[in-house]
Design a protein around this ligand. Structure first.
Ligand code: AMP
Length: 176
């Protein structure tokens, strides 16, 4: 299995949810057992030897490969969720979306200063969501942060938002 096979397993839906958006549907990757296994092997290879202790997944599509990666890396899994979903005390970060503001939350006791964290989401578009997640985790004083996406939409230049000293990687690249 090579990266081209993985790439061709992503279904493109034009004009969803609004005209002009090329929506990348990842459900077609996950439904094929061979692709799912290959995906988890590729992700494991990317982070082997980095000493990841926690994988942080962003609601909701970061909750699919996130726990699989955590299992492969002998790490724990931590959810970042939309407001009102996490039951215990939380930290939060508010950020600007195309239309208005959005907030994400994490449990205050989810991470500590010994953690090496991999933050994961399915797709990098403008980067606003992941940048907010990065800031949230950074404020918790962890040892090191890595950032991972399954898919990157290169034309949107989301990568440029992140500080140069952090490792941000994506597995599959599309123009848009
Ligand atoms: P952004 O904050 O702009 O990087 O948006 C990232 C989030 O929006 C991810 O969690 C994606 O699931 C979703 N998203 C944005 N654009 C697309 C797209 N073209 N196809 C699929 N999901 C998208």
């Amino acid at each position: 299995m090579n990266l081209d096979n993985l790439k061709s397993s992503v279904r493109n839906i034009p004009d969803f949810p609004i005209p002009g958006i090329q929506f990348k549907d990842v459900t077609t990757m996950f439904k094929d057992p061979e692709i799912l296994k290959a995906l988890s092997l590729e992700l494991k290879k990317m982070y082997e030897g980095k000493g990841i202790t926690k994988v942080v997944g962003i609601e909701s599509r970061g909750f699919i490969m996130g726990p699989i990666m955590a299992l492969e890396m002998n790490a724990g899994f931590i959810p970042i969720r939309k407001p009102g979903k996490l039951p215990a005390d939380t930290y939060e970060e508010t950020y600007e979306k195309e239309y208005g503001l959005d907030t994400i939350q994490i449990h205050k006791d989810a991470l500590n200063e010994d953690d090496v964290v991999l933050i994961h989401d399915d797709l990098l578009a403008t980067g606003g969501t992941m940048l907010a997640a990065y800031k949230l985790v950074k404020k918790m004083g962890v040892k090191k942060i890595y950032v991972n996406f399954l898919i990157e939409l290169e034309d949107l230049k989301g990568m440029e938002l992140f500080p140069k000293d952090i490792e941000v990687k994506s597995l599959i690249k599309f123009d848009k």
